[in-house]
Design a protein around this ligand. Sequence first.
Ligand code: RIB
Ligand code: CA
Length: 313
Amino acid sequence: MEKNTKVILDCDPGHDDAIAIILAASKVSNLKIEAITTVAGNVEVEKNTLNALKVCDIIGLDDVPVAQGSERPLVKEPEIAEEIHGETGLDGPLLPKVPSRKAMETHAVDLIIEKVLESDNDITLVPTGPLTNIAMAMIKEPKIIPKIKEIVLMGGGTFGNWSPAAEFNIYVDAEAAKVVFESGVPIKMFGLDVTHQAIATDDIVNDLSKIDNPIAEFVVELLKFFSQTYKEFFGFEGGPIHDACTVAYLIDPTIFELQHVHVDVETKGEFTYGMTSVDTLGVTKKEPNTHFAYKLDSEKFWNLLTRALESYN
Ligand code: RIB
Ligand code: CA
């Protein structure tokens, strides 16, 4: 598959972030990963960075720069999701103690600015954690804003999973999300409305466990841990692999249905801080600023992930 879509994966691995990286780097993917940047989110940014580097080791992705980013949100105190992803942020599978390489000296925000400034306006940013790095890059160097091709993000939704109103990635840094959603950069938003349709049920995990290669085995171990926490915490039939939806869309947009809507981010509400106000009925009469994904073709999605894992044979 020709790798003709340039992306920067900004992430907080995180089980589902790891699967998104594995999907993006697979032979069925048309994505050229320009960089992987990390941000404080699921766990502390140092751990997320170690996890990103270890995932790169596991899939042999040794030619993609990894840069560590923001260790805290723009305004609020950091909040982590250790109960979902475990103490390391990637609990479950056996991982190398230390990665084979270190992250770059360059800060993630500076790497994003550098890559976008030198680009032909053809880089897609794919944030799957809090939007702190993306907002900081826009604030530090506004010249990148018209040069970003689009932002395909996992976050938000018409309901929450960290508060009743707010999804984790947005809730951790709503001020950063507000900067991004108000930037004018074209946004494709994969929120809980669609990611909760990508549930790794026991049957699906069982099917994936039949793929005979170490990467597939690694993903199965990730899914077993991640699904267990979702069964215990939310009573789900398995873990929703939220972040993989962004990469799956870029590889095959026909997997999803999206609606062009206006989205605002709440940064003031006592009970609604971090809420994405998704105007599906157009009642605000505001210009749409986001393509909001609301439907996923489950068969196509899991078929893509299966082919991606098989491509590591
Ligand atoms: O709410 C789900 C999101 O929060 C996912 O990106 C998951 O990795 C966590 O970061
Ligand atoms: Ca994530």
